[in-house]
Design a protein around this ligand. Structure first.
Ligand SMILES: *Cc1c(COP(=O)(O)O)cnc(C)c1O
Length: 436
């Protein structure tokens, strides 16, 4: 498969080039040159298939022979060792739980696939790749865990000292092995600036192969189609003749973009409901057809605090910049913090199910959609993006109760933190990296 940049100025790239570059050199995001299609017969064959078989069938179309089939199959088996349960809340409403990976958030799907592909390409090129990431929390932990133990790769994480939660810091600083955490005396913007400076440092690049693993990487997007493909087939089996609605809590809109790709590939999906918090640039675009990003505001669903979502460029590309076409497939609803807390409460009271604040935004957005469209008679699934135990404070505020922390999380909390303190002066980072 050939990948183009959404800015159309850089040269087309193979899957390897697009994966190792991350962002195209014209500043655009890589998109597949054509969206691969599944025929009805192909879909029929996958109907009862296990998750990993569906993931393989989808990945194969994007890979197009660059990675041999047997290796691609092995990569998928080692990435998706956890389950993606579809939990019924009521007859036609489900939660698709995407939080059963090692860091308890859906970013594990993207980060693990990217890590294994990067490792494969590094081995093929007989190089050693250093992944440099600035993180304010969730992305960093998924990347650190995804690359843990992947041969031919090493991760260097930069995080702002004292500005991430204790749980996040533990997740970043206890991986060990090929993952090093640098605790920067500065804020998240300093971390991002340092990483950018390293990428522009020609001298450094002579001794290190650097890559970024950031959230816009095409190899993080591809695996985010797998669980829509699988979920839509599961729902079609339980509700014959119906196509699924998916409600997606959205920040950078990468998760939603994965869903849109799955629909365009031919999986049985009717419509998407994108839930945003107060950061509603895309929600307003879907309603009004004008894109006017606002500065980011802080909310309870912090992983969705994005004022100017980067994957919007991809969505625009896939809908040929046609607002009506996009709005026909995607409805947007914005959800306030107080509605989020009310929703966590209401869902617990009605179903005995505990939702994290991000998932609650998706649930409430679906309710708003149903209030506006009373004729919906298809099954709907809310994509659950994080385990509630990752957001203990919000749960405590909403439900006034403590929840049990899963063993995986407790183990991380009990481990010894190992980080290297560093100033926000680039000279310190460059001297550290050049000695690696
Ligand atoms: C990253 C994240 C989101 C937002 O996903 P996007 O792909 O950026 O829209 C939602 N919920 C959680 C818990 C996340 O970590």
């Amino acid at each position: 498969m050939i990948f183009y940049s959404t800015n159309k100025k850089s040269t087309p790239a193979s899957l390897k080039k697009a994966t190792l570059e991350g962002l195209a050199n014209d500043g655009g995001l890589y998109v597949p040159s054509v969206i691969p299609r599944f025929s009805e017969e192909e879909i029929e064959l996958l109907r009862d298939a296990p998750f990993n078989d569906i993931a393989f069938a989808v990945a194969k179309k994007f890979n197009d022979g660059e990675i041999p089939d047997d290796r691609l199959g092995e990569i998928i088996e080692s990435c998706f060792t956890f389950k993606t349960p579809l939990v019924a809340l009521e007859a036609d409403t489900y939660v698709e739980e995407l939080f059963n990976g090692p860091t308890l958030a859906f970013k594990d799907y993207g980060a693990r696939f990217l890590a294994h592909l990067t490792g494969y390409f590094a081995e093929e090129d007989r190089t050693f790749i250093t992944i440099l990431v600035a993180t304010s929390g969730d992305t960093g932990s998924a990347v650190a865990d995804g690359f843990k133990g992947v041969p031919n790769t090493r991760v260097v994480l930069l995080y702002p000292s004292g500005k991430v939660s204790r749980l996040q810091e533990q997740q970043l600083t206890t991986v060990g092995g090929n993952v090093t955490a640098l605790e920067i005396d500065g804020d998240f913007d300093d971390c991002q600036r340092l990483v950018k400076q390293a990428f522009m440092d020609a001298e450094l690049k002579q001794c290190l192969v650097l890559t970024s693993a950031n959230s816009i990487n095409i190899s993080r997007l591809i695996p985010q189609t797998f669980y829509y493909a699988w979920g839509s087939l599961q729902l079609a089996a339980r509700h014959p003749g119906k196509k699924a609605f998916f409600a997606v809590p959205s920040g950078n809109y990468g998760n939603l973009t994965g869903g849109v790709l799955a629909k365009m590939m031919g999986f049985p999906i009717e419509h998407f409901i994108a839930g945003s918090n107060a950061n509603d640039s895309v929600t307003r675009y879907l309603e009004e057809g004008r894109y006017e990003p606002h500065p980011t505001v802080e909310t309870l669903s912090s992983a969705m605090d994005v004022g100017n979502p980067s994957n919007f460029a991809r969505l625009r590309h896939f809908y040929l910049d046609d607002h009506h076409a996009m709005a026909a497939d995607i409805s947007g609803h914005s959800v306030s913090d107080s509605e989020t807390l009310d929703t966590i409460r209401a869902v617990y009271d009605r179903f005995g199910y505990i939702m994290d604040p991000h998932t609650a935004v998706g649930f409430r957005a679906l309710e708003k959609f149903k209030e506006a469209n009373s004729t919906v008679d298809s099954p709907a699934a809310i994509m659950s993006t994080a385990h509630p135990a990752k957001f203990i404070e919000a749960i405590k505020e909403a439900l006034d109760m403590d929840i049990t922390i899963p063993d995986r999380l407790q183990e991380v909390l009990d481990k010894q933190k190992i980080s290297i303190p560093m100033s926000a002066d680039y000279r310190d980072l460059s001297s550290f990296l050049s000695k690696l």
